[in-house]
Design a protein around this ligand. Sequence first.
Ligand SMILES: [Zn+2]
Ligand SMILES: [Zn+2]
Length: 220
Amino acid sequence: MTLFGALQPFVTRRHVSRSAHGCELCGAPLDRDHAHLADVDRRALACACRPCALLFARPPSPTNDGHPARTRWRAVPERHLRDPSFRLEHHEWEALGIPVGIAFFFRSTAAGGWTAAYPSPAGPVESLLPLETWEAIAARTPLARVLEDDVEALLVSFDAGPDGNGGDCVLVPIHACYALVGRVRRRWRGLDGGDEGRAAVAEHLAALRDHAAVLAPEAS
Ligand SMILES: [Zn+2]
Ligand SMILES: [Zn+2]
């Protein structure tokens, strides 16, 4: 896999100008809070109007042989969920080998399983995942069980500093990860991000956390 691996195709530099051209399926004008569809075949993210997104919001119905029919477009859910009981230990974060304090984990159909990436000033960097370690961690949170392949990610942050509260995890739409990557690209300075860079990322994470609903116990 190339440097950015499974992630790079999703990064839409032209996102703003593309959304200005309207829904990529039907051409309807889009407002700032439009919906998104993942193009599973091209591994790209498309801006879409609500009616088009609704059309693809349900999982494909099973075919005659009982397997879900494969569809090219998958709606990106807008939900944000958190699991207040989940905590990541320092040794676990170290075992994952992520060089910065934040990473996102998602299941990619094309890659055939879990993929991890972290933001950097050069864009998203794919991280080689020690799969057993990650699966043991993921098994502790129902967020990993409800996560939809390709279109949602677990955003895991770890703050080992004196004020840090260990690691936590928020389930977010996949495009929220790219918004974070964009923020790091614009604001990060030097290796540790600098005061402004770190503050910008902390602010973004806090906003995602505040926005997130607690995962209902019946979902676990
Ligand atoms: Zn449309
Ligand atoms: Zn968009």
